[in-house]
Design a protein around this ligand. Structure first.
Ligand code: PRP
Ligand code: URA
Length: 243
């Protein structure tokens, strides 16, 4: 069935978010109508785990595990339109035709540090995935990204890239990371995050309208320090226990 759209006033943290939940059979992909590039993955398991993740009492150990589990569940949805190609194999009994994912190995690109937390979960689902790395941190005063590392596998033009970062706040880091990938030759890029702010989704839409953004939640807004509200705090610090 066609899932209902998620109205802007049902962003997490909005007063209207306390409305009764949608009917049980409507859980599926929900496209937020105000952002053509955004898909909110509202699977009940993703939402359940995200709620525990947001809780300030959640330990570093559980936080790490939950980020990986959510990333794995998201990957299942985000890969569902990957192209397949026919392949001939032999079962123990006879020759048979099968199908395999077409093209070069899919490439995960975590934005350091916090994006690292999403790699293992997705790799469990896609063990052959290659992994590139982009090092960026957000300057605390200017909120602008500062880059310090870039390494991705060759064959950029033919690869599908999944850029990973739990948080899409101002969007500065995501815009810079995708820009760097494109300058290196990447043509097929998707961005996966756990929590997105409207400001970040807008920034991605303006800078990279060809890049689909997948999130577990679209939150209400940014605070004066560029943190997502209600958000989950500093993802890198909570993941690595560096608070
Ligand atoms: C966080 C987060 C994103 C970025 C999002 O990283 O993991 O990369 O901030 O903010 P933006 O959308 O406003 O750019 P941070 O800069 O804290 O670095 P860290 O992962 O090394 O802690
Ligand atoms: N980076 C984070 O880790 N959390 C936010 O809320 C915003 C940026």
């Amino acid at each position: 069935m066609t899932p209902p759209n998620l109205p802007p006033d049902e962003r997490i943290g909005s007063p209207a978010a306390s409305r009764p939940p949608p009917p049980p059979d409507s859980f599926s992909l929900m496209a937020a109508p105000s952002f053509a590039n955004l898909t909110v993955l509202s699977h009940p398991l993703i939402q359940h785990k995200l709620t525990i993740l947001r809780d300030r009492r959640t330990s570093t150990r559980d936080f790490k595990q939950l980020v990986n589990e959510i990333a794995m569940l998201m990957a299942y949805e985000v890969t569902k339109d990957l192209a397949l190609e026919p392949v001939e194999i032999e079962t123990p009994l006879e020759k048979a035709s099968g199908r395999q994912v077409a093209g070069k190995k899919l490439t995960l690109v975590p934005i350091l540090r916090a994006g690292l937390g999403m790699v293992e979960g997705i790799s469990q689902l896609i063990p052959s995935a290659r992994v590139g790395h982009i090092g960026l941190y957000r300057d605390h005063d200017t909120l602008r990204p500062v880059d310090y590392y870039f390494k991705i596998p060759s064959g950029e033009q033919d690869r599908a890239f999944f850029v990973l970062d739990p948080m899409l706040a101002t969007g500065g880091s995501a815009v810079a990371a995708v820009g760097a990938l494109k300058r290196a030759g990447a043509q097929r890029v998707r961005f996966l995050c756990l929590v997105a702010a409207p400001e970040g989704v807008r920034a991605m839409l303006d800078a990279h309208p060809d890049v689909p953004v997948y999130a577990a939640a679209l939150d209400r807004e940014l605070n004066a320090k560029g943190y997502i509200l209600p958000g989950l705090g500093d993802a890198g610090d909570r993941l690595f226990g560096t608070r």
